[in-house]
Write a protein that binds this ligand. Structure first.
Ligand code: AMP
Length: 174
């Protein structure tokens, strides 16, 4: 089960959402199909290869869906990076720009420990602003970002160039 073509066929393109000019990649048909969702998580786990990973960090909100399932499959913990004001404990935050608009993300200060190996997971890599900000937060707490895995990468936006030191994998590239 190395192919991802059946997953590609299920991703739905929504033009001009959430604003004109954005071609939104709707992954909900993948999630709604048990086999497609299962295969997505298998491929995301495989993309981490032989890395030793202590925790999976997922990005608010669609990233949670993939990241939590990957963490469970790997038998390790899941940590949420959330939009500002959502996490109840002591947080560290960072502002960044994304393909459409601006955002602030936060991480609980005690959610990753110095020296821990972290895999970052999100649904989609576009400009890389979100992932790079999450990477910075993780690293600022002393943890090691050993890889970043995405269900989709929009290659024209060159997001991976924002994280030159992190091995990046995507299941589907457009
Ligand atoms: P970026 O920071 O530009 O890499 O944007 C990545 C984040 O924005 C991801 O968490 C995605 O969920 C979301 N996103 C950006 N562009 C798209 C798109 N064309 N389709 C779906 N989600 C997107």
């Amino acid at each position: 089960m190395a192919s991802s073509q059946h997953l590609r066929a299920a991703v739905r393109d929504i033009p001009d959402f959430p604003q004109p000019g954005i071609l939104f990649k709707d992954i909900t048909p993948v999630l709604a199909d048990g086999k497609l969702f299962h295969d997505s998580i298998t491929l995301l786990c495989a993309s981490a290869g032989d890395l030793t990973i202590d925790k999976v960090v997922g990005i608010d909100a669609r990233g949670f869906i993939f990241a939590a399932a990957v963490a469970d499959r790997l038998g390790i913990g899941f940590v949420p990076v959330r939009k500002a004001g959502k996490l109840p404990w002591k947080t560290r935050g960072l502002a960044y720009s994304l393909e459409y608009g601006e955002n602030v993300i936060e991480l609980h200060e005690d959610s990753v420990q110095p020296g821990e190996n972290i895999l970052l997971v999100d649904d989609l890599l576009a400009t890389g602003g979100t992932a790079a900000a999450a990477a910075q937060l993780i690293q600022s707490l002393g943890a090691k970002l050993v890889g970043a895995s995405f269900f989709i990468e929009l290659t024209d936006l060159k997001g991976r160039e924002k994280m030159p030191d992190v091995p990046i994998h995507a299941i589907l590239s457009y």
